[in-house]
Write a protein that binds this ligand. Sequence first.
Ligand code: NAD
Length: 510
Amino acid sequence: MKTINHYVGGREWAGSSTATQDVMNPSTGTVQAQVRLASTADVQEAINNARVAQPEWAALNPQKRMRVLMEWIRLINEHMDELATALSLEHGKTFADAQGDVQRGLEVVEVSLGAPHFLKGEFSDSVGTGVDTYSMRQPLGVVAGITPFNFPAMIPLWKAGPALAAGNAFILKPSERDPSVPLKLAELFTAAGGPDGVFNVVHGDKQAVDALLDSEVIQAIGFVGSTPIAQYIYTRCAETGKRAQCFGGAKNHMLILPDANLDEVADALVGAAYGSAGERCMAISVAVPVGEETATALRAKLVERIEGLKVGHCLDPDADYGPLVAASAVERVRSYIDAGVEAGAELVVDGRERGATDSNFQGEDLSGGYYLAPTLFDHVTPEMSIYTDEIFGPVLTIVHAESIDEALRLPTEHAYGNGVSIFTRNGGAARDIAQRIQVGMVGINVPIPVPIAYHTFGGWKASGFGDLNQHGPDAFRFYTKTKTVTSRWTRDDAAITPHSGSHFVMPVVD
Ligand code: NAD
C-alpha cells in the first residue's frame, strides 16, 4: 500500500515516527493509502530546515522569487488533471469541482506575483531638516499554515502563495484526510526552482499542530478549519506571541426577496446547498424566503430540482455531487437530520434512508461509499440544532420570514458570520441589506460569494478570529512586518548632527 510521506528540505521524507493513518477513498469506502503522522521531533526537523533556508530566500530580489512562483503556476497547470484526480479520490468531490479547487488556489498564487508592489513601503521626505521617514515590509521568517480537508489545494495555496512571495519559509500541516495534493504542491515548488527547505509539508494530527504552536521559531499561523480548533489555535498563538488568523465554521443564509426570479434562485440554491455534498464553508445551508407566497413557490421548485440530483462516484462525470469525506461524517449528518425531526421541523425530502437503488443515486453499486442523498427541511426555527449548528452535509433548511427586517435579523444574530447571499431585483433593498448585515462576505444575486483573489476573504463572529483576512492585500500584511526608518542626513554627511549638546525632552515637530 502507498505511504504518503512528509516533504522536508526539498524532498519526500519519512520522518522518525512510525505512526500512520488510513487515507480513505470515500467513493468506495476502501483504504487507498497510509499517511505518516509526524512526531514533535519530525515537526522540529521541518522547522529547522525552514529556518536555515529562509534568509537566502528572503534575500533574493523579489522578481527572482516571482520567477519561481511563475514556474510553479505553470507546473501546477501542467499537472492539473493529476492533481484534480488525486483530490477527488481522497476528498470525494467531483473531478470538475476538484479542478475548481486547484484553480481558485492558483488564482491567489497568480495575484501573489504582485508581491513586489505590495511589499513596497512608504516614503516621506523632509519630515524635518534633513530627515526622511520610510517604511519597508519584511518577511516574518518561518510561518505555518494548518488547513482543512474540504479544500486540500485551494486553502494551502491561499496560505503558501502570499507567504512565500513575501520571502517567508512555509510549513504546511494539511488535513490528514486528503494529504496527496499538498505533498504534490510542495514537490512542484521544488521542481519550479524553489530552494530546498522553503516549502515543507508535515502531515499529522494534534501532536503535529501542538509542535508548531510550541515552536519559538514559527512566527505566524494561518489556520482554517472548524470553530473549536480555530479558537484553540488562536488562544495558543496569543499565549506564545504568534501572529494568528484562524477561520472557522459557518452557517450561510440566502435571503430570497419576494421579487426574486424563483427559478434562478432555486437553481442557485440547489448548487450552493448540495454541491460538494454541502462540505463547503461557503455552502448555503439556510434559505430564508420573505413572505409565505415566496416560501411556498420556492419549496415546490426546490423539491422538483432535488428529485433530479445525481449523487455518484467522484469520477462519474454525470454526478452532481459525490460522497461525504468519511463514514463518521455521514453519521454526524444523519444524527442532525434525526434531531431536526425530533425538534419538529418538517422533513420535506429525507436523504437518510435511501439505498443505492434510489433515483438520486447514479452509476454502479455505491453501497461501500459514504453517500447521502439530499435532504430538505421546512419550517425550521432558530432554536433548533439544525439551524444553530454547522451540519456540513447535503442538508438545506428553510426558515420563514415575514419581512425583510426579520430575514436580515436571522444571519445578523447567528453565532456564525461567514457569508450571506441575497436574491432580489431591488437594488436599493439589496444595498441596504449589504450595509446592515453582520457577516464578512455578501453576495447579491450570487449564491457563493467567495471574493476574487485580489480582495480579501474572511468571516465574522465565530467564523473568524484575528484581524486580517485571507488573500488580497491583507495576506501580505499578515505575512510581513513593517519597519519604519527615520534618517537624518545633512548636506555635509560627515557631520550628521552638528554638535549641539544632549536634549532631554521628547522631540516634536516645531
Ligand atoms: P478540523 O477543524 O477538524 O481540522 C482542520 C485542521 O486542524 C486539520 O489540519 C486538522 O488536522 C487539525 N486539527 C483537527 N483537530 C485538531 C485538534 N484537536 N488540535 C489541533 N489540530 C487539530 O476541520 P475539517 O473538518 O478538516 O474542515 C471542515 C471545517 O473547516 C468546517 O467547519 C468548515 O466550515 C471549515 N472551513 C472554514 C473555512 C473558512 O474560510 N472559514 C474554509 C474551509 C473550511
